[in-house]
Design a protein around this ligand. Structure first.
Ligand SMILES: Nc1ncnc2c1ncn2[C@@H]1O[C@H](COP(=O)(O)OP(=O)(O)OP(=O)(O)O)[C@@H](O)[C@H]1O
Length: 445
């Protein structure tokens, strides 16, 4: 009888351990909520003081404090660690707000983040400077970019579009008012189109005009035609479209001058023209030339794009440029245009030089991260901007059908911009579903 009880206990324990291991790999969120979070919280609380000590994240106490400790409390003077202000568990990790003592700065904690992650047994530790004197440690329990699940309550709003997930569990958003122009780079099959697809799905829901330039005969963008205000599918049309956009920009500046304001957003709402987002699919196609005539066209396009990139932010025209490479090999004007595109997203690249083209001028320390994106992680990228900040992101998988459905659903949001009307793409109406032929003759009464 006793043997039977031991056998039941042992098999129960083995089944439990098996279940926990299974959950760890197959249902990491569940595992984190049930096992990972309480264990990590406990380990953090128990070892915080010592970990800070051994990681060199403490400072010598001030003279007064040392005096008080020795004379009043009569105990040994200990170095001072950051004070814990708040600890909060989330569905993917643990967040800790710390008050820094004088002498420590956020960069000190960021430099020790690899040591902290090992000490507390978590997947990653990110250090975010919240306000002067405070930092937030964002720990994640597992690799969130393995299977991307966007945080709840992320929806496009104003001119902010959630496009991907950051590896600290927050949403990576494309905020056009903060970073007006951006460049997305990556090798073949690295996930550039998926990035654009997520972006278009989000932008489709906002009251903005979407302008496509896809000189690969429109294979990528023509399916989004129901929501596009304009589409150019060859370099000649692209040149004319760029001319129209430059003229639109000049008209908008006239409008600003007439009302004595310097920015589109300062205009009263009823007078404010709709923002325009220009999505260029493969930038190299606009730079290529094979004859003298092509060179004139290229000059027109490049000069127009540079003017837009330099001036159009104030009038609500934004550039979103995508390509495999974007360097001086594209010829005159390429690096000048690139310098104006201050938002950067670099997917897997074939060579270090491409990563440097995308990141060296904004966040050079992120180049190694872009060079080590594995080939089996399409959609993963390094996102950086002119503030010097950077991070790892990955887009969620979004099918073409989902984006096309969003374009159809929000087709009524296409703003009225007469200048773009000649470039409005024809929308193919889906063929009506014909009911199958009856196999037997209908029964007549
Ligand atoms: N975030 C993601 N999650 C899962 N699969 C993805 C993700 N992003 C891209 N993929 C897949 O990777 C493949 C390549 O993606 P995509 O077409 O976006 O790459 P690309 O860089 O545009 O390629 P190309 O330059 O050859 O057109 C596709 O099969 C796509 O479904």
């Amino acid at each position: 009888m006793a043997d039977l009880a031991v056998w039941f206990e042992a098999s129960g324990a083995i089944a439990g351990a098996g279940g926990v291991t299974y959950a760890k790999y197959k249902a990491p969120r569940l595992y984190w909520a049930a096992v990972g979070l309480p264990m990590t919280w406990g380990r953090f609380a128990f070892s915080y003081r010592n970990t800070m000590d051994v990681c060199g994240l403490t400072v010598q106490p001030s003279g007064l404090r040392a005096f008080m400790s020795r004379r009043v409390a009569r105990h040994e003077v200990r170095p001072v660690a950051p004070k814990i202000r708040r600890v909060r568990g989330t569905s993917t990790g643990l967040r800790v707000t710390l008050r820094l003592p004088a002498g420590l700065e956020p960069a000190d904690l960021a430099a020790a983040s690899e040591r902290l992650r090992h000490a507390w047994g978590v997947h990653s530790v990110h250090v975010i400077a919240k306000k002067p004197g405070y930092v937030e440690l964002r720990m994640t329990g597992h690799d969130l970019l393995h299977r991307v699940q966007m945080p709840k309550k992320t929806a496009p709003l104003d001119l902010v579009v959630p496009v991907a997930l950051r590896d600290d569990g927050t949403a990576y958003v494309r905020d056009y008012r903060e970073i007006p122009h951006a460049l997305t780079l990556g090798a073949n099959q690295s996930g550039k189109s998926m990035y654009q697809r997520n972006l278009i799905k989000g932008l489709a829901q906002l009251p903005v005009a979407l302008v496509g330039m896809d000189c690969k005969r429109g294979v990528e963008q023509s399916r989004y035609a129901p929501r596009l205000s304009a589409l150019a599918t060859n370099p000649d049309d692209a040149a004319s479209l760029v001319d129209v956009l430059v003229a639109e920009m000049e008209d908008r500046f006239d409008l600003l001058a007439k009302h004595g304001v310097s920015d589109l957003w300062e205009l009263p709402e009823e007078l404010r023209p709709a923002p325009v987002v220009v999505l260029v699919d493969e930038i190299a196609e606009l730079f290529l030339t094979s004859s003298k005539k092509d060179e004139e066209r290229r000059e027109r396009i490049v000069t127009g794009l540079i003017r837009l990139a330099q001036l159009s932010r104030a009038v609500g025209i934004y550039l979103e440029i995508c390509g495999q490479r974007f360097g001086s090999e594209l010829g005159k004007g390429a690096t000048m245009l690139r310098a104006q595109l201050t938002g950067r997203v670099v997917h897997r690249v074939n060579d270090k030089q491409t990563a440097e083209m995308g990141l060296n001028d904004v966040a050079p320390e992120s180049v190694p991260a872009a060079c080590t994106i594995p080939a089996d992680r399409p959609g993963q990228a390094v996102a950086a901007d002119a503030s010097g900040g950077w991070g790892r992101i990955r887009t969620p998988y979004t099918s073409v059908d989902e984006t096309v459905a969003a374009c159809r659903e929000f087709a009524h949001l296409i703003p009225d911009l007469p200048a773009l009307a000649p470039f409005r793409p024809a929308v193919s109406v889906p063929a009506p579903t014909i009911p199958p032929m009856p196999t037997t003759a209908p029964a007549f009464p």
